[in-house]
Design a protein around this ligand. Structure first.
Ligand SMILES: Nc1ncnc2c1ncn2[C@@H]1O[C@H](COP(=O)(O)OP(=O)(O)OP(=O)(O)O)[C@@H](O)[C@H]1O
Length: 241
């Protein structure tokens, strides 16, 4: 990891407007108070319970949404977000989805066409290039998304829970490619519930709880404290039920 700061978030908050049956819309602070730094070349893990705000934070980092409060300073860099929920155009084939994504990354059609075979090979989907993505399983979509993102080779890759899908062979292959990216000074942000992935891949971890940063630092320490917190919550729940 270098000392080159790509993103600096200070006390940022993100509010989603929620419709109310009567009266004005209400503001729900999915991110309440998040402060973190992203450095060039690091693999930053994001952990936290369901609904903690991890996906919202990734969208903020990828510049898909803007903070409603706080300060976000960004150095110029290309970002790709990889999420099962952001998905593909389902009625189109993998081939057409690759062409669309490539164009969004600013590539020319010939360049994209030339990359299709290697993308389909990495995704292990050579026989499904012309099938609509709607007919793919979740694991197949994840493999395609991962292969497209790798081929785009952005400065920063943001990955939302993708490493948990797909078979173990593909998971190992993805982890190996991510490690290679780490060694070549590329930046990765990884949301994962899977502790081994966090411990083995991340150089730093940030823990989010109720839209707030609780702790960030060395993976072993943060994951241990987070696990202890979960253990206490489960014990408290057991005591009151
Ligand atoms: N578009 C939206 N409109 C309103 N509320 C939203 C919207 N998207 C997310 N939320 C709410 O914001 C909170 C944070 O959601 P987010 O998806 O960021 O959490 P998460 O940590 O990624 O959760 P999970 O681990 O379950 O995927 C949740 O309470 C969620 O219901």
């Amino acid at each position: 990891m270098s000392e080159e700061l790509l993103l600096d978030l200070k006390n940022t908050g993100v509010c989603y407007r929620r419709r109310r049956l009567f009266g004005n819309d209400e503001c729900y602070w999915a991110l309440d108070d998040v402060s973190l730094q992203l450095y060039k070349g690091e693999t930053l893990g994001i952990i936290g319970r369901n609904g903690a705000g991890k996906t919202t934070l990734l969208k903020l980092l990828a510049d898909i949404i803007r903070p409603d409060r706080g300060e976000l300073v960004r150095r110029p860099a290309s970002y790709v977000i990889l999420s099962l929920r952001l998905g593909f155009l389902e009625q189109l084939s993998a081939r057409d989805n690759i062409i669309m994504s490539g164009m969004l990354f600013g590539m020319g059609r010939d360049e994209i066409e030339a990359r299709i075979p290697e993308i389909m090979e990495f995704a292990e989907l050579e026989d499904y290039a012309d099938a609509p993505v709607a007919t793919y399983s979740m694991g197949m979509s994840a493999r395609l998304g991962f292969a497209i993102a790798m081929s785009a080779d952005p400065d920063v890759m943001l990955i939302d829970e993708m490493l948990a899908v797909g078979d173990s062979g593909f998971r190992e292959k993805s982890a190996a490619v991510l490690r290679e990216r780490m060694l070549s000074n590329r930046t990765v942000v990884l949301v994962a519930h899977n502790e081994p992935a966090i411990r083995n891949l991340c150089s730093r971890v940030v823990w989010i709880e109720n839209g707030r940063t609780v702790e960030q630092g060395e993976p072993e320490t943060v994951v241990t404290n987070y696990r202890e917190h979960l253990r206490k919550l489960t014990a408290d729940k057991g005591a009151t039920s």
